[in-house]
Write a protein that binds this ligand. Structure first.
Ligand code: SF4
Length: 504
């Protein structure tokens, strides 16, 4: 097994940095179908640019490289303990090289292990099979989309859709509801893995397993094939748009399995994956561990560039923001304005927000820009470099954000997916704005960072620390302004109205 470690490291690197052809094709179709000039189209253009950048530089497509989940098939007689050990070594090395973000956090102490190893991480499933080779499939699914997974127990009552019964019509309603409730928070356009039936725990497993099907395959069960196609078509009429900014795309795929259930239970389990749908696989020689075949990749189909042009097409109407910012400046901004940030900003996510509830900030945040981001960082010599730095889901900071604005004078918050009523009221009270970045565009945003000026609260671990960054032309859209307007609330209401028409 002399090549096993290197083969696994290559699998992790390629999965993190290079989207499979079926996902690229689906994103290409979404880009063509979205109306040019809309914010949804702009977001898709940035995603396309980001996909190219990640591939060209072998950098993580998204800074959240998720819970590494391996599905391993081995011939009878192969030592699975050796494979498990090598997978763990390869995961630690990929983390050290900046291909994976340190993502394994002790649930009791909150401590990040720093190498993606810990209790039950990474996730590894073993199966034996009759073939001669070893197969390893890997999916990297981040927390933003993982948090939008949902499970229904039929019969139930659903927002906008009413009663969902124990039949395929009820299942259809659940899946449409799953898309609607995700809005942009799982970084739409997304892809769904669905399991009808089974029990609660295995239902979720089987839903996730559907994500190992290619987006362009056809379900062998004609009834499920029809439902998959119907869901994609209907979801894309909801008006969610890329990142929930409103528009004609919401889903790039829906894959459904049916499993037997207990007479008393009828679950519909939905695994929501984001556009940064990272899934690959390899077959290896069972003696040497050398790669004999890549899965999901067509050797006849070379990797093509996704974006027509690199970067964000500027219109000249962008508003330049140079911190420190004032309430007066922020009150001039309206929902829909595109801003370019030039100057300094601080990252801060879950741990930082919780810390700020009980402690003063380690830096002066008056007039500051606070970026909800858990970057991938690498230290070379004494200097830190950003390897990936897209926005994280902001709604987790909803309980804290208004207090942070009020107590410390932050004037702009950048994140993704939008925030709720409490934050909206806080923005109005304090003269501040919420700026929306493109989720998953980790390479695109990493390139706007010209220098890492410092780091605070480093004990929280790399993703949770407060990084002090100097950026140039960091693009974001005002989606919640200082006048009480929220694009997210508008899109949720409008898409809810459309969902209501899909009751039948
Ligand atoms: S693209 Fe969005 S949802 Fe997906 S892993 Fe990245 S931040 Fe999370």
């Amino acid at each position: 097994m002399e090549f096993l470690f290197n083969s696994l490291l290559e699998l992790i690197t390629q999965t993190s940095t290079n989207l499979p052809p079926d996902v690229r094709a689906a994103m290409g179709i979404a880009l063509k179908q979205e109306t040019p000039g809309t914010q949804s189209h702009q977001a898709l253009s940035i995603m396309a640019t980001n996909i190219d950048m990640a591939h060209e530089d072998q950098g993580p497509i998204c800074q959240d490289t998720g819970m590494p989940t391996f599905i391993v098939h081995t011939p009878v007689g192969v030592n699975q303990l050796v494979i498990k050990k090598k997978i763990k070594e390869a995961v630690a090395e990929a983390t050290r090289l900046g291909k994976l973000r340190p993502n394994s956090v002790d649930s009791l102490t909150g401590k990040n292990s720093g190498n993606n190893l810990g209790e039950e991480t990474p996730v590894i499933h073993f199966e034996q099979w009759e073939h001669d080779e070893i197969e390893v499939k890997l999916v990297l699914k981040g927390g933003g989309c993982e948090n939008k997974n949902i499970q229904y127990s039929l019969p139930c009552d659903l927002d906008h859709l009413g009663k969902a019964g124990r039949d395929l019509a009820g299942v259809r309603k659940c899946i449409l509801h799953a898309v609607w409730q995700a809005q942009g928070q799982g970084c739409a356009p997304g892809a769904l893995g669905v399991c009808i039936g089974s029990d609660r725990a295995h239902g979720y497993d089987l839903a996730k397993m559907q994500l190992f099907r290619t987006l362009d395959d056809v379900n062998p069960n004609p009834e499920l094939a029809a439902l998959e196609a119907e869901i994609v078509a209907e979801a894309n009429r909801l008006g969610i748009g890329a990142m929930g900014l409103g528009g004609g795309v919401a889903l790039i795929g829906c894959k459904i399995a049916a499993a037997n259930r207990l007479p008393a239970s009828f679950f519909v389990s939905v695994a929501y994956d984001c556009w940064a749908f990272r899934r690959l696989g390899i077959r290896m020689d069972a003696t040497s561990g050398v790669i004999t075949q890549w899965l999901y990749r067509d050797p006849e189909r070379p990797v093509e560039r996704m974006a027509k042009e690199t970067g964000f097409p500027l219109t000249g109407r962008e508003v330049i923001l140079t911190p420190p910012l004032t309430a007066e400046m922020m009150r001039q901004l309206k929902v829909g304005d595109v801003v370019l940030i030039r100057g300094e900003m601080f990252t801060g996510r879950d741990a930082v927000h919780a810390y700020l509830m009980k402690n003063p900030p380690p830096v002066d945040l008056n007039g500051a820009v606070l970026y909800h981001c858990g970057p991938v960082m690498l230290k070379q010599g004494e200097e830190w470099f950003v390897k990936a730095a897209g926005p994280t889901t902001s709604s987790r900071e909803e309980p804290y954000q208004a207090d942070v604005l009020r107590n410390y004078g932050v004037k702009a918050v950048i994140g993704k997916g939008g925030m709720g009523k409490k934050t909206l009221a806080g923005l109005k009270e304090c003269g501040a704005v919420y700026l929306h970045g493109v989720g998953g565009a980790a390479q695109f945003y990493a390139r706007t960072v010209k220098k890492v000026l410092g780091v605070h609260l480093f004990d929280f671990g790399v993703p949770e620390a407060m990084w002090h960054l100097k950026v140039e032309d960091f693009m974001a859209i005002v989606t919640m302004d200082a006048h009480g307007n929220s694009l997210h609330a508008e899109v949720e209401q409008a898409t809810g109205d459309v969902l209501e028409t899909m009751k039948a």
